[in-house]
Design a protein around this ligand. Structure first.
Ligand SMILES: [Zn+2]
Length: 238
């Protein structure tokens, strides 16, 4: 199988994923279902999760955190310091706020916060609230494989450093363009990371996000052994 050994990635839609780990844990990445135009009825509620993993404060990434955390009581809600503080103030329990370079353990998994190039804010009470820097994560699974969750980002040279230090087996990379990198930059991200299993995200949600998995395959056609693992919303890679 593409991922194997019990690792499953289900695309709820846009940047929202459910990661099921070899040890049977569930990690919910950037939950946004309310108003998300591509979410299937089955995933209007993505269900319980052991960990919520948040990359930045934009509403298309944290839109349903408060409600879903209240409903499902995850063991940990992982976020950048400022975003974590904001959510804590909204009544979200079990927030673990940390910063880039740090590693925390939750549900028997390890999460290392790494850089991302983007912005992070939310509209609240008619004002724009800035929520610290955006970030990505390296998730170290029970079988020591590593998944790089890039978050929203452009390509940046230090992806080579992430590749050198963490040697990710799988990378979830945005390809939609406009608000993140598109296929041209994502292909260079793949080269810098040295990763061979790539899961495209943050595309196709609405018309502005024009990047496609096939465009990524074309841009990265020089990368030997590359597997671009794409599904439609509601689909699972395993
Ligand atoms: Zn986004």
């Amino acid at each position: 199988m593409a991922l194997g050994n019990g690792l499953r990635l289900t695309w709820v839609g846009h940047a929202t994923w459910i990661m099921e780990t070899p040890g049977g844990k569930r990690v919910l990445i950037d939950p946004w279902v309310t108003g998300n135009p591509v979410v299937t009825d089955e995933h209007r509620d993505p269900g319980p999760a052991d960990v919520f993993l948040l990359t930045h404060g934009h509403s298309d990434h944290i839109g349903d955190v408060v409600e879903l955390a209240s409903k499902h009581s995850p063991e940990a809600v992982l976020a950048m310091v400022e975003l974590g503080g904001y959510l804590d103030g909204k009544g979200v329990e079990n927030v673990v706020a940390f910063n880039k370079g740090g590693t925390v353990e939750a549900a028997g998994l390890r999460f290392t916060m790494v850089d991302a190039r983007h912005s992070s804010s939310i509209e609240d009470g008619g004002a724009t609230v800035y929520l610290g820097e955006p970030n990505g994560y390296i998730v170290t699974l029970e079988d020591d494989r590593r998944v790089y969750v890039a978050g929203d980002t452009s390509v940046f040279g230090d992806m080579a450093l992430i590749g050198r230090l963490y040697r990710p087996d799988v990378a979830i990379l945005p390809i939609g363009d406009h608000f993140t990198m598109g296929p041209f930059e994502a292909a260079e991200a793949i080269r810098l990371l040295g990763v061979r299993k790539v899961v495209p995200t943050h595309f196709g949600t609405f018309g502005l996000l024009t990047g496609t998995p096939n465009a990524l395959r074309s841009e990265a056609s020089d990368v030997t052994g590359l597997e671009v693992l794409d599904v439609i919303p509601g689909g699972t890679i395993e």
